[in-house]
Design a protein around this ligand. Structure first.
Ligand code: PML
Ligand code: MG
Ligand code: MG
Ligand code: MG
Length: 255
């Protein structure tokens, strides 16, 4: 049997009581692995660079095996960019290649850069106008219930690329789930973690890392999913938030 294990932590009290979000993590694991993953999550909540959590919420739930969807991991590659400006230009270009209009791509950058507090979830933006299409406000859409089907194989893929950071490990899993959803055309993301400036654009054909999508020590970050304007938002959000998805690592992958 597989279990979903989730953690979210905050400082200054619980999220719902106004605490500042510190970190979140989730895994889908066998029963024997639950304890170890919970331990790793708690350590992470106490040692995060955003601060030391004083509120930790843990949830452990059994998953119905028939509900699990298996998908392929997006291939990873890295685009060249040595400043934030060139990084954002590369992002706009990649978004346009994915089928997003230039206006929507620029608007996506502007809306992410304009988030005053980091958003927990993602914004859904029209791929033609860039207009926000979800009603989740500052909460955003929280992609959840996903993990890799074979962790050792996935670690090997990342290790072969020299990508050992937890950010990449989790982002590729999330981005792979997002691109497996009907209606999604592309994603733009950079981290809210102060010292993590590499972000990415993902589309149906890959995960494109972009060094320098923000300035060092900026707390600003988040995610935007560009979707076809006629997408059924309710169906999409339910898939992204609730459907359990396991990602099969790609053996042949760039970096
Ligand atoms: C996050 O912190 O949630 C975003 C991480 C983006 C990782 C980008 C990469 O290095 O590939
Ligand atoms: Mg996180
Ligand atoms: Mg976050
Ligand atoms: Mg973060």
């Amino acid at each position: 049997m597989l279990y979903s294990v989730k953690m979210r932590s905050a400082k200054g009290g619980a999220h719902e009581l106004g605490g500042k979000h510190i970190s979140g993590a989730e895994r889908i694991v066998n029963q024997e692995e639950i304890e170890r993953s919970v331990q790793a999550m708690i350590e992470r909540a106490f040692q995060h660079e955003r601060g030391c959590a004083d509120f930790i919420n843990l949830k452990i739930e059994q998953i119905v095996p028939q509900n699990i969807v298996y998908i392929r991991q997006l291939a990873i590659s890295t685009l060249a960019a040595d400043t934030m400006l060139s990084g954002r230009n590369a992002a706009v270009e990649k978004l346009i290649n994915s089928g997003v209009t230039k206006a929507a791509a620029l608007s996506g950058i502007e809306q992410l850069a304009g988030l005053s507090e980091s958003m927990h979830g993602a914004m859904l933006l029209s791929s033609t106008t860039g207009q926000r299409l979800d009603a989740a406000a500052q909460r955003g859409i929280r992609v959840s219930n996903m993990d890799v089907a074979d962790l050792p194989a996935y670690r090997m893929v990342l290790r072969n690329c020299g990508l050992l950071d937890m950010h990449v490990r989790e982002a590729v899993v999330l981005a792979s789930k997002v691109q497996s959803a009907a209606g999604v055309i592309a994603e733009l993301c950079w981290s809210d973690d102060l010292t993590y400036t590499t972000g990415y654009v993902a589309n149906k054909s890959g995960y494109y890392r972009i060094p320098h999508l923000k300035l060092l020590n900026s707390p600003n970050g988040g995610r935007a999913f560009f979707i076809k304007p006629d997408t059924n938002i309710e169906v999409l959000v339910s898939y992204l938030e609730n459907t359990p998805v396991l990602i099969r690592p790609q053996e042949k992958v760039g970096c």
